[in-house]
Write a new protein. Structure first.
Length: 536
């Protein structure tokens, strides 16, 4: 999972983290080296969680290249949710994607779901990766006014005008320079390779609590890239691993992915199909119109707004609908599956028929949800992590024009957003202390379960098949859900397969296909699927 509007989401984040966040707070860096194996310090979190669980901290090397040097200890924040069933089988480590999502907020809100995915017999451990939460906080700007100006001037996409591509290149260059000036020390120790080593330090620490020193891991979206690096660096330690919404590792490693460009239109077409099937429950439904015709209407609306933005009211901030806003709303809603399908339909319909009342409602709900969600992570850390991992660099725009053209040819509106993010990493100036540059080929102790959907607009199933080629013995489970990972398009079939893998080591048969339980216009959600599974 990645950010389309780096500056926009960073601006939202700055509302809560402030403009003067330090490279790392004193409570999270100490002045002595880290012993080989140290214990996790646990405190009770049950009252906060509403279920049995603990907060934890663990000292790890800030720089694994100099593990015993002074001023080289980082304190990881960890959240643990206790298993709900007996016998307990140990612990599963998790990563929720981003990169840049903190585990504390996501695990606390989605504990029931991940317990179901892992069978309920494991404690679930969510470490805040470097650059997230309080674990090595970062801020590339240090000045909220400058950040706001950059947000206002940076094009949201690279195809919104003839000048947008060049402008995005220039403003991304400036953002990269800000990160180098203000966060080059922290940014050098935020690579996924270092995060993988942090996770293995947690595995080691759990041996002091009676566990067996083997890795059990559940990762979604970017968390699948972390999982693939864990598998490549520590193959003999992998006891259980499930990756959902799998990134193509070699493309992500280079910094230019093709999957999202191709899958965006596939995702939107599935949305229009579900809309037509839902009939009047979908605001975009019209009698005697096909899903393909509805898809074309949406595309035409978007293209029309590119040339002449649509006025939906008197507020210049919220009531001028542009190409960027329609594309961004579509991407957000399609990623979120069940949670946003009806709002996307209402939003697009209101613009088509110029219904200001419906527009005001759907636009407000969507924007509020986006701001709340995006405030749970630091968008600067997303780029500091992502660009630490990306290998491709460019001196000028001409050096990457063939990549830009390739993505433009492959897709439409989604390409416009991801190109800007990729251009930033091409201009990155911070050198990671360690970056995984291998081929991801691994024979793990036990095989890895890979889950993907053809309708996932962020990480299509092609990423799972790419990982399947490098992870010996792995199996791809196809989950036909509209949304980014099973979490946003839940289905008992996929959840049960994942749980069976963790509890019994079972792998589904090659070619197994699962369906999501409910469509986008059913009025159902994750809780309805989990209710069918029982208590977790």
């Amino acid at each position: 999972m990645f950010l389309r509007r780096t500056i926009v989401l960073t601006f939202y984040t700055s509302l809560t983290i402030g403009a003067t966040a330090q490279y790392a707070s004193s409570e999270h860096i100490r002045s002595s080296g880290v012993p080989q194996t140290v214990a996790i310090n646990w405190t009770d979190a049950s009252n906060d969680l509403g279920r049995p669980g603990s907060y934890g901290t663990l000292a790890v090397p800030l720089d694994y290249n100099s593990p015993q040097s002074e001023n080289n200890t980082l304190i990881l924040d960890i959240l643990k949710v206790d298993a709900t069933k007996e016998p307990r089988l140990g612990s599963v480590l998790t990563n929720w994607g981003g990169p840049g999502l903190d585990a504390m907020s996501w695990l606390s809100s989605q504990a029931r779901y991940v317990l179901a995915m892992t069978g309920g017999q494991y404690d679930i451990i969510g470490p805040d990766p470097r650059g997230t939460g309080k674990t090595l906080s970062v801020d590339c700007y240090k000045d909220s006014e400058e950040r706001t100006r950059a947000w206002l001037l940076t094009p949201a996409s690279t195809n919104s005008s003839d000048a947008a591509l060049g402008a995005a290149w220039s403003y991304n260059e400036q953002f990269a320079q800000h990160c180098f000036q203000n966060e080059r020390v922290a940014g050098s120790v935020m690579s996924t390779a270092f995060v993988a080593r942090d996770f293995m330090k947690i595995v080691d620490a759990l041996t002091l609590e009676g566990e067996d020193g083997l890795l059990r891991y559940w990762g979604i979206s970017y968390g699948t890239y972390l999982g693939q690096i864990l598998a490549a660096m520590f193959p003999d330690k992998v006891e259980r691993m499930m990756l959902d919404g799998v990134l193509n590792p070699l493309e992500y490693q280079q910094g230019w992915e093709t999957g999202p460009s191709v899958s965006a239109s596939v995702s939107l077409k599935e949305f229009t199909k579900q809309c037509i099937d839902a009939g009047p429950f979908c605001a975009l439904f019209r009698p005697n119109i096909s899903a393909n015709a509805l898809y074309k209407r949406i595309q035409d609306l978007k293209e029309s707004a590119k040339h002449v933005p649509i006025v939906m009211g008197p507020n210049i901030t919220t009531d001028i609908v542009t190409y960027d806003e329609i594309a961004e709303a579509s991407d957000t809603a399609l990623r979120s599956g069940l949670a946003f399908g009806p709002y996307l339909a209402g939003y697009l319909n209101s613009i088509m028929i110029r219904d200001t009342s419906e527009y005001n409602h759907t636009q407000y709900v969507a924007n509020r949800s986006m701001i709340v969600r995006d405030n749970t992570f630091n968008a600067d850390s997303t780029q500091l992590i992502r660009c630490s991992d990306a290998m491709l660099r460019a001196e000028e725009l001409a050096d990457i024009e063939h990549h830009v053209q390739n993505l433009t040819d492959l897709g439409d509106w989604n390409s416009d957003y991801i190109i800007s993010s990729y251009m930033l990493c091409s201009q990155w100036k911070i050198q990671a202390k360690e970056r995984y540059e291998g081929d991801f080929r691994a024979k793990t102790r036990n095989p890895v379960l890979l889950i993907g959907s053809p309708y996932d607009g962020r990480t299509p199933i092609s990423g799972a098949f790419a990982a399947n080629k490098t992870l010996e013995g792995s199996v791809v489970l196809q989950h036909n859900g509209l949304g980014h990972t099973v979490m946003y398009s839940p289905g008992i079939c996929a959840i049960a397969a994942s749980a069976d893998h963790f509890v019994n080591g079972t792998m589904p048969k090659e070619g197994t296909v699962c369906e999501q339980d409910f469509t986008s216009f059913s009025g159902k959600g994750m809780s309805d699927t989990l209710d069918l599974l029982g208590e977790f």
